[in-house]
Design a protein around this ligand. Structure first.
Ligand SMILES: *Cc1c(COP(=O)(O)O)cnc(C)c1O
Length: 466
């Protein structure tokens, strides 16, 4: 399997190459040169497989020769063995038509564990073969940081430096990062906002004094391997409903467009998906783009769903490239103009290509609270606010009610207990397995909002590329 950049001029890479590379050298994002497709008989033969076995089957065409089928299966068994539910991503019924797919049974209670637990193992495997070292540098406003740290803690060949804005993440989120004690984990509380931290990370990726010595890597959702791992649970859910013989629709709480793009990939591979609903909060650049073709940034409004408070959606470029004719030089030109103007119009081909599979929806604070109340009153389920944005869209959908509608439940409600309690009157408890979070000792370094201080800190502790 060969991977190409959405901007057409970076070298093609194999699966191992894209896993370690993150962003393409031309600023684009990697995608398979063509989509692998399963026949109906192949999809039917996956029914009833345990999650890890299904994962190895669905991901095999993307992994190509980079791992043997046995190696891939062993990594999946190890990654998904750490989930607290044997079904890994269980379905929960809300009424005749509405379902939840619970993606939060991993170690840090967020759906990002599904992809990152596997990615940590892939890093270790590929680096041990090359005898190389990877220095992961990232900035987090909460969930990504804890899932990434948990995934690489103690892994050979990887160091992780995670910046969070000092005093601006929740206690649960900070403790999930700072109580992980492993020599390769470095938490940095930086003076300033998330955007300041993010700007320092970007600067480090472009700083030759760092990139010449260290192999600097990323764990955000531009990494292809993350998206690939997310394709699996679309298959898992659809098979439960009788795929390939029966269609299913998904509603996806969306921020960076990674999760819902994985649904698009599943559809390209032959899974009978009737519709993917892109559910946004009031930071609705994607809803505007999909309904009117206007992709322009505004200012970010903080909401009760912080993981969806975005200004731009990096992975949207992958969809625009894929449905808009796969023209790398046109895509590069379109993104150059977007970077200059912070605004662009989708082409007709992009709009029509997206309209075939995607719908979109925007939920404000009130609608989000009402969806939490609905789930509690009608099904006795306590859901988190991100999931509620998706459910709000699912309940408003006018699709044929004979088609099962599955909302992706992206976080455990206890991660956002204040918002949940305000809406439902019920305060969700952290599951017992993370219950001693508040008793564990924390470790992190406070640094000023100054690039040189961060660079020196990383340079003194990271392992050179080798
Ligand atoms: C990251 C995240 C999302 C958004 O997912 P994308 O892949 O960025 O669209 C939604 N909900 C929660 C809880 C998340 O952590």
């Amino acid at each position: 399997m060969e991977y190409i950049s959405t901007r057409g001029s970076a070298p093609a890479l194999d699966f191992e190459g894209v896993t370690l590379a993150g962003l393409a050298s031309d600023g684009g994002l990697y995608l398979p040169r063509e989509w692998p497709r399963f026949s109906e008989a192949e999809i039917a033969s996956m029914a009833g497989l345990p999650y890890a076995q299904l994962a190895a089957r669905v991901m095999a065409p993307f992994v190509g020769d980079s791992l043997t089928q046995e190696e891939l299966l062993a990594l999946c068994e190890q990654a998904y063995g750490r989930f607290a539910h044997d079904a890994v991503t269980p379905l929960v019924q809300l009424n005749e038509r509405q379902w939840l797919l619970e993606l939060f049974h991993g170690p840090t209670l967020a759906f990002k564990d599904v992809a990152l637990q596997l990615l940590g193992l892939l890093f270790e495997k590929f680096l041990s073969r090359r005898q190389g070292n990877l220095t992961i540098v990232g900035a987090t406003s909460g969930d990504t940081g804890s899932a990434a740290i948990d995934a690489v803690a103690g892994r050979e060949g990887v160091d992780i430096f995670m910046l969070h804005p000092n005093g601006r993440v929740s206690d649960v989120q900070r403790r999930q990062m700072t109580t992980v004690r492993a020599p390769n984990v470095h938490n940095i509380a930086i003076e300033g906002s998330f955007d300041d931290a993010q700007a320092m990370v970007k600067r480090m990726f472009a700083d030759e004094s760092m990139t010449n010595r260290f192999n600097i890597g990323a764990v955000n959702s531009i990494n292809w391997a993350r998206l690939m791992a997310q394709v699996v649970y679309y298959f898992y859910a659809a098979l439960q409903f009788g795929a390939p013989g029966r269609k299913v629709a998904f509603s996806v709480p969306t921020g960076n467009f990674g999760d819902v793009f994985a649904g698009h990939v599943a559809a390209q591979m032959g899974l009978p998906i009737e519709q993917l609903i892109v559910a946004t909060n009031v930071n609705d650049i994607l809803h505007r783009a999909l309904t009117s073709g206007d992709y322009s940034t505004g200012t970010v409004t903080p909401t009760a769903t912080p993981s969806m408070d975005i200004q731009v959606s990096s992975n949207f470029e992958r969809l625009l490239f894929d449905v808009g004719g796969r023209d790398g030089s046109a895509m590069a030109e379109q993104m150059r103009s977007f970077d200059a103007n912070r605004s662009m119009q989708l082409t007709n081909a992009q709009r029509q290509g997206a309209a075939g599979l995607f719908a979109s929806y925007r939920a404000d604070q009130d609608q989000t609270s009402r969806a939490m109340q609905w789930a509690y009153q009608h099904a006795g389920e306590i859901i988190d606010p991100h999931t509620a944005v998706g459910l709000s869209a699912a309940l408003a959908s006018e699709l044929d009610p004979a088609i099962p509608m599955v909302t992706l439940a992206t976080a455990h409600p206890a991660k956002f207990c204040d918002a949940v309690e305000r809406a439902t009157g019920v305060r969700p408890m952290l599951p017992a397995r993370v219950g001693d979070l508040f008793a564990r000792e924390e470790a992190y370094t406070e640094l000023p909002g100054n690039y040189d201080a961060v660079r020196d800190f990383v340079a003194e502790r990271a392992t050179p590329a080798g």
